[in-house]
Design a protein around this ligand. Structure first.
Ligand SMILES: [Fe+2]
Length: 266
């Protein structure tokens, strides 16, 4: 029985664009357990501290009670996916933002379609100075990063860690996202993986396939590092043992090798 940990998930019902009902949330929980997960951080979308931590915690308790009553063996932990905003650090220090399981790690969402706010790099620096670890979710779907892979490195140097969506690895989020993941793995910038599941089935189905692909690229044991070991350390607020990112000058220029290796697996 696998004991995977999902660090990014919209399982709470009726709070964002995740499940609309408790029944849907319970079904998503069943799917997660079937996919091998035993722990999930509930990370509803939030902006400027809304919904408030108390609202998220109450919804989490309701769902956990339902799961326990149905004997679904899935542990929910508190969190949020905070959209970037100028007042984020202040709200964080006032306790108005839920980090991942109350650690110093925070899911910090960047705009998907618009240019990044001018204060993005400064905010990352400031968060790091205060001891926080900002984790950027689904960088492969942020257009500003897709268009400029070197920006991935720059933001990392400012303090950002990256959480890639598993489904992007086998190409389920499109070829542009897949190419960004290619760059990130090569450059040692794919620090964490998660499902970002919003509904039953869909993206979850790719976890086995994606983690197998990841092992083909990064070697035996590397998927377990991403599915259990590293997220477990994070949830204990430990410092992660990350390999240093390669500067863009050191990135291999040869294109297509990743995809030819993927094709070779079929
Ligand atoms: Fe999300």
């Amino acid at each position: 029985m696998a004991n995977y940990i999902d660090l990014h998930n919209h399982i709470l019902p009726g709070i964002d664009d995740g499940p609309r009902t408790m029944d849907e949330a319970v079904q998503l929980a069943r799917d997660l357990v079937n996919a091998g997960y035993s722990t999930v951080v509930a990370t509803p979308h939030a902006f400027e501290g809304q919904p408030a931590p108390q609202v998220i915690l109450e919804r989490l308790e309701e769902l956990q009670d339902e799961l326990d009553a149905a004997e679904i063996n899935l542990k929910l932990l508190p969190g949020s996916e905070q959209h970037i905003g100028p007042g984020l650090l202040e709200l964080l220090e006032e306790g108005q933002i839920l980090t991942l399981n109350n650690t110093n790690y925070l899911l910090l969402e960047l705009p998907m379609l618009q240019p990044l706010p001018v204060y993005t790099e400064q905010l990352l620096f400031d968060l790091s100075l205060k001891g926080y670890h900002p984790v950027i979710p689904h960088p492969e779907r942020v257009i500003a990063l897709n268009r400029n892979h070197e920006l991935l490195y720059r933001l990392n140097q400012a303090g950002a860690l990256y959480q890639v969506t598993w489904a992007a690895l086998p190409g389920l989020l499109g070829s542009t996202a897949q190419q960004t993941v290619q760059t990130m793995i090569t450059a040692k910038l794919a620090h964490l993986f998660a499902t970002d599941a919003h509904h039953p089935t869909t993206r979850l189905l790719s976890v086995d396939e994606a983690s197998a692909l990841y092992e083909e690229l990064e070697g035996p044991g590397s998927a377990e590092l991403m599915l259990t070991t590293r997220p477990g350390l994070l949830l204990d607020n430990q410092t992660l043992d990350l390999r240093e990112a390669l500067a863009p000058e050191a990135w291999p220029r040869k294109k297509g090798s990743f995809f030819s290796r993927l094709r070779g697996l079929k």
